[in-house]
Write a protein that binds this ligand. Sequence first.
Ligand SMILES: Cc1ncc(COP(=O)(O)O)c(C=O)c1O
Length: 385
Amino acid sequence: MTLKVTAKAAELRAQGVDVVSFGAGEPDFDTPAHIKEAAKKALDAGATKYTAVEGTPQLRKAAALWLGKAHGFEVNPKEVMVSAGAKQSLFNAFHVLLDEGDEIIIPAPYWVSYAEIAKLAGAKPVPVWSRPEDDFIVNPAAVARAITPRTRIILVVSPSNPTGAVYDEKTLRALADLAVKHDIWLLTDDIYRSLCYGDARFVQPATFSPEVRKHTIIVDGVSKTFAMTGWRIGFCVAPLPVIEGMSTLQGQSTTNAAAVSQAAAVAALEGSTDELERMRLEFDKRRQFMVKTLRAMPGVKLVEPRGAFYAFPDLNAFVGRRTPAGKVIDGDPALCEYFIEEAKVAVVPGSAFYAPGYVRLSYATSQANIEKGLTRIGEALAKLK
Ligand SMILES: Cc1ncc(COP(=O)(O)O)c(C=O)c1O
């Protein structure tokens, strides 16, 4: 569905139509200059060869220090495995931890890749629904009810794609207790960790106790934080036997992440954070504008996103209405098609995240685009009768 909308937007743009896209899953900012410079130097210094499968010693050490500093505990570089993006880290971890028929609990609405990767590993994704009235934070009691003898992983993604929910400490403690009690993994996807706004604070469950830490697998990376999506660098912090399994798997798939990208990632992790803060503040400004504007549209319901760079409004009030051409809007995919045709605005249907009647708007686009796109969406919604 996402691809259909994106393809339609691209087709219109190729025809010279002025399309506003809210589809982006990546920062619109460029990678900070000092990181690109470090990569150019690294190429000249020979970062053109294979590296160790688990990553260069420099990057594993830099990642261990960076994560240790962020979370306040020591990370052994040997417990860090570097991959081609957080997505490959998730792929490795799921394949190593999940056997045929095992179950992974995924708070929904969720990013589609979790379920698809779990299925590739032969496992069964078990969605547990979070409610808008709970700010899209999953209820630990519902997670507890979903645990079976086949459950191997409870997944947590905070801040969340697509909802922007940032998990509070109390909920995380309850989820961590479940993982310890049932002796299963708590796998945290921290890829949006540095993008929290207002009074929202990121909490890493492994900080709760050594026991929780033993049950936690952390996935993190540079993609969203440092505007480095195309460099493809992610990492996973896990106990040594899990690292060994992931290394065996990756050794037979992609081998190592690109050497030059690993060198760039070292510069990112060791360099100044001024640029990051500038990007975060800019995202926050856009977020506030988007929240205010969407909430002012009659019929639109929106839980305030507190992290990442997405707004996830509920447009169910418009399902069942008719377009000016007389077509019935029978769901969010039809609504997205209508937005493209009528308003020349691309948004991602909520059904892509198992949330019918919702749409996802990324604010990783300029303030001018946001203003123009939201005005068009407001006008298009007002025409539905
Ligand atoms: C929740 C979530 N996790 C992981 C990723 C993948 O990150 P990477 O680009 O580092 O593979 C994404 C990218 O969209 C994401 O939204």
